[in-house]
Design a binder for this molecule. Structure first.
Ligand SMILES: Nc1ncnc2c1ncn2[C@@H]1O[C@H](COP(=O)(O)OP(=O)(O)OP(=O)(O)O)[C@@H](O)[C@H]1O
Ligand SMILES: [Mg+2]
Length: 412
């Protein structure tokens, strides 16, 4: 596994539990703290760390006779793919590999395939972005790094000045969430309509849709931030539209094997892909016992790694659970302050519908006001009747209004 961080940690546990002999490879010498702190070395028989020589790493892995390779998270996608190619293991199309990690390349590949995608341009300067903006007649657009994650540096802009400022901020940022500098920014038309994400597993070019969720996001200071997600029934009209579009998009983007996480807005002209990651979705923890028939992407990825063809036989329910409302809610912190205690975790666990509370922040962290994924203190699942879930969701937001994460709290 390359970069067993974030969901890579869950995948490590799943594979170790199935008896896999796991080796870890680190894609770069310095892994950003956001990812590094999630690493659990225990599941690995061997941790090779980062090898600056690709050829030497390939030789080592050949000697170890590995059977399969996968990225644990977005930082490892490119290295895992290059290694899979070099080792002759299952890998995605090499025709335009950047269409799986560069946000303008993915849109271009979809447009070429006649599929919906945002109009946009990859730019290396503010002036180039402003010229594109002017030529398009102005309006609202999105500026973001060409390659990044966690909504880092994503800005909604509405005039030449805000476009130039946002591009300047992307290009001058010392390090994005993936631990790299941003050589380029992307300016894109702002798509409007409900947004969804779809998690998949593929083998030999055949794609299984595992689940789809509707995102709800808030806008804070021009940036989209996670609010909450609800599952979509794959057999509903919207579910079928998403499944059909995402299958075609995966093929157009050269995904032949392994997991993918696709973000799609259903616009008036139809579905358009915002972003794809050729790896499992982040924050993939799921409450036990709530949806016994659900096939999670971590489990599906483990099945694919250990027996690729088996994923064609997975029996996927059209919805993770029926008869209850399920909401995955992102934690939103309102102000920059130290988090001196994790007592709030128990406060949230006491909410009647709380099915699982997943803190990301650790005691002693200086919490920033939430502006992207890395600055969200964590997430939780609420499950119950629609009214109960809505009531607890409001209660959470009210507690956050009183600085839940940075002040000692008592229940009630
Ligand atoms: N062209 C666009 N039109 C409308 N919304 C957009 C557009 N581009 C990005 N967004 C919004 O910003 C979010 C983050 O953008 P994107 O997925 O490209 O960045 P990211 O760094 O991969 O973030 P994340 O990991 O949170 O998905 C999208 O999920 C969407 O809500
Ligand atoms: Mg994204």
């Amino acid at each position: 596994m390359v970069d067993a961080y974030s969901t890579g940690r869950l995948l490590t546990h799943e594979l170790a539990g199935r008896g896999a002999h796991l080796i870890h490879v680190q894609s770069s010498p310095r892994i950003p703290e956001f990812y590094r702190r999630t690493f659990d070395p225990d599941g690995f028989a061997l941790d090779l760390g980062h090898d600056p020589s690709f050829a030497a790493l390939v030789r080592t892995l050949k000697e170890l006779e590995i059977d399969a390779i996968a990225p644990g998270t977005e930082t490892g996608v490119r290295s895992a793919e290059q290694l899979a190619v070099a080792l002759g293991l299952a890998h995605n199309s090499q025709t335009a590999p950047e269409s799986r990690w560069d946000k303008e390349a993915m849109a271009a590949a979809l447009r070429d395939a006649g599929l919906g995608a945002p109009d946009g341009l990859r730019v290396g300067s503010e002036a180039q972005a402003v010229e594109w903006y002017r030529a398009g007649g102005g309006g609202r657009v999105v500026v973001k790094p060409a390659m990044s994650a966690g909504s880092d540096g994503v800005r909604l802009c509405h005039d030449e000045r805000s476009v130039a400022e946002a591009v300047g901020a992307v290009l001058s940022s010392e390090s994005n969430l993936l631990g790299r500098t941003n050589a380029e920014a992307v300016v894109q038309e702002l798509l409007t309509g409900p947004e969804y994400y779809v998690n998949t597993i593929s083998a030999d070019g055949r794609h299984q849709i595992l689940e789809a969720w509707r995102y709800h996001k808030k806008r804070v200071a021009g940036s989209p931030i996670y609010d909450y997600d609800v599952p979509v029934d794959l057999s509903s009209d919207i579910g079928r539209t998403l499944c059909d579009y995402v299958r075609r998009a995966l093929t157009a983007l050269g995904v032949h094997h392994g997991p993918a996480h696709a973000e799609v807005i259903i616009t008036r002209e139809g579905p358009k892909l915002i972003d794809i990651g050729a790896r499992p979705a982040g924050c993939a923890d799921f409450p036990a016992g709530i949806a016994p028939d659900r096939v999670g992407q971590v489990e599906a990825t483990a099945s694919w790694l250990m027996d690729p063809a088996s994923v064609h036989d997975l029996s996927i329910p059209s919805a993770p659970c029926t008869g209850i409302e399920l909401r995955r809610v992102a934690m939103i912190n309102g102000r920059r302050a130290p988090m001196t205690s994790l007592a709030w975790v128990d406060v949230l666990r006491e909410l009647p519908t709380a099915a699982m509370v997943c803190p990301r922040a650790a005691q002693g962290d200086l919490l920033e006001a939430t502006r992207d994924l890395a600055t969200s203190p964590g997430f939780l699942y609420l499950a119950g009747t629609g009214d109960e879930v809505e009531r607890d969701y409001r209660r959470l937001r009210a507690l956050e209004g009183r600085h839940l994460y940075t002040e000692q709290q008592t229940a009630g």
